[in-house]
Design a protein around this ligand. Structure first.
Ligand code: PEP
Ligand code: MG
Length: 546
């Protein structure tokens, strides 16, 4: 082996292939998005279409339209619009090259079948979603952590990924052969024969583990001391629903609807959203399907149209933005109420800090229902409305939602981020991002207690639920419902089947009393290892370190 790079395990799977370094930092990714925006512009498309209908060749029609737009933009009063001229020129050259059969200069242009390991500084959610899966087999990034959205998406898409490598883009070169091990979080460059042998062994072991876990698909998840756990799936795209059903999940605990929006120029209309939600609801045949309203903002921005903010994670996002844009929000609420006629759809509000947000959302739901009634559109009125507990404010005052919220779902990714004041996507802070910190555990326990006292279902849908070690702590805290990535459902069943809840509870209580995050982690790890003994390694077969 020539070199070995170690980062953060983001999505399991092992891949051997050529490295493809894409110098696409955040800024460059922004440029691609701006260029996609231009290409999706309906007015531009309409003009080109009009000229083609006047018998102009497609190349000429496109060139004339783009020249006209460049002329217009170059004279625009806004400096921001004038800056777009460069993008227009780039788009013009690339589209013309394609139309004329000339070589394309797409910086993400990896040939199909290349089985490449894409190495970049960072990837935005929208670029991740649009990667050509026939060309790119794995992702490696300098930035990011296990809970950054690129990592979450990579897991949803089943693309092996290592993030937080810090300097991979400067240490790796396009064309070098490498082995990326998503579970171990490593990249081995120019592997030796021994390394390749290890790769083959590892691939076989992963396949065997997958087979073993598959036998658990239809198993009930009950602890050794008789506690039933509900295991639902997190679904990021409607297309994932079928896979989630096959994984043995008892419904959807979190559908992240913002991924319907990222990477596009316009918001999906009521009809398009209705179809997406209906598809997921129907796939689950009556089991609960919890759909979260738009959590747009932070790093999940749709293309364009959003003001730049100094602190986007503390900014105008999620429920805040939705309540300030009621007409846009009501389109989503109407689509959700319509889809609820086809399954047990429940609505969940993200980033709530105060109960008035729930009440305001309910007023909009009622307005949306009246609008549907006026249009004679069938829908379900009395749809359960729950809140995500993902801010310290919501956890500490969980009791303030009693009577207004139908259920709680703990978002441990954000709850950890906001409790510890540690950016969840910052690779430099990854070792400090400790969901087993006693403060986080206490907030989870408090929420669970409020739920139990008031007969409110409490689910955990953050990454803590998808990882055996942290899920073990959650069982100990009294959590009895979890929503995990579809690929983790059977792994979690295996965990539950081997856990004694009272043993987990003892360690969770001790961990909450620990004085440091490290001490808390050590307590949980010890109980976990004692419980699973030899099979701890099996549970470790997929990554559990955050
Ligand atoms: C969370 O914050 O834990 C969560 C589930 O939501 P997201 O990761 O989409 O912010
Ligand atoms: Mg969140």
């Amino acid at each position: 082996m020539d070199r070995r790079l170690t980062g953060i395990s983001a999505s399991p799977g092992i891949v051997a292939g050529p490295v493809y370094v894409l110098h696409a930092g955040e800024e460059e990714a922004g440029i691609f998005e701006a260029q996609m925006l231009i290409l999706q512009d309906t007015e531009m498309i309409g003009r080109v279409d009009g000229l083609i209908r006047q018998n102009l060749a497609a190349e000429s029609a496109f060139e004339i339209t783009m020249l006209d737009l460049r002329h217009h933009f170059a004279r625009h009063a806004s400096p921001m619009m004038r800056e777009r001229v460069g993008d227009l020129a780039d788009v013009q050259i690339r589209v013309l090259s394609l139309l004329l059969g000339l070589p394309d200069h797409d910086p993400v242009d990896v040939p199909k079948g290349a089985n490449a390991i894409l190495v970049t500084h960072d990837l935005t959610p929208s670029l991740t979603v649009q990667l050509d899966r026939e060309a790119i087999a794995a992702i490696a990034t300098d930035a990011g952590t296990r809970v950054s959205h690129v990592a979450i998406l990579a897991r949803s898409l089943g693309i092996p990924a290592v993030v937080g490598l810090r300097d991979a883009t400067s240490r790796l070169k396009t064309g070098e052969m490498a082995i990326l091990d998503g579970a171990a979080g490593t990249i081995s460059v120019n592997p030796t024969a021994e390394e390749i042998r290890h790769f083959n062994e590892r691939s076989q072991r992963e396949a065997a583990l997958t087979q073993e876990l598959e036998l658990l698909r239809s198993a009930e998840s009950i602890t050794l001391d008789g506690h039933k756990l509900v295991l639902r799936a997190n679904v990021d795209f409607p297309e994932e629903a079928d896979f989630a059903v096959r994984s043995g999940a008892e419904g959807v605990g979190l559908m992240r609807t913002e991924f319907l929006v990222v990477g596009r120029t316009t918001m999906p209309d009521e009809e398009e959203q209705f179809r997406a939600y209906k598809k997921v609801a129907e796939s689950f045949d009556g089991a609960p399907v919890v759909i979260r309203t738009y959590d747009i903002g932070g790093d999940k921005l749709p293309v364009g149209g959003h003001p730049t903010e100094a602190n986007p994670f503390l900014g105008w996002r999620a429920i805040r933005m939705c309540l300030d844009e009621p007409e846009m929000f009501k389109v989503q609420l109407r689509a959700l109420m319509r889809a609820a006629s086809f399954g047990d759809v429940r609505i969940m509000l993200p980033l709530v800090v105060s109960n008035d947000e729930v009440r305001q959302a309910r007023v909009l739901l009622e307005e949306g229902s009246a609008e549907l009634e006026a249009r004679n559109v069938p829908h379900r009125k009395n749809i359960p409305l729950g809140v995500m507990i993902e801010t310290p404010a919501a956890a500490v005052s969980a009791d303030s939602f009693v009577g207004d919220a139908s259920f709680f779902s703990i978002g441990t990714n954000d709850l950890t981020q906001y409790t510890l004041a540690i950016d969840r996507g910052n690779a430099n802070l990854a070792p400090r991002f400790t969901p087993l910190h006693p403060a986080v555990l206490r907030l989870i326990q408090r929420t669970v207690q409020v739920g139990a006292a008031n007969d409110i279902e409490v689910t955990v849908c953050g990454e803590m639920a998808s990882q055996p070690l942290t899920a073990f702590a959650l069982i100990g805290l009294g959590v009895r419902s979890m929503s995990v990535s579809p690929r983790s459902v059977t792994l979690l069943k295996r965990l539950v089947l081997g856990t004694t809840a009272s043993v987990a509870a003892k360690s969770a209580v001790a961990a909450m009393e620990a004085r440091t995050a490290a001490a808390s982690e050590a307590i949980i790890l010890q109980a976990f290892t004692e419980t699973f003994g030899e099979v701890a390694e099996l549970l470790d077969g997929l990554p559990h370190i955050m």
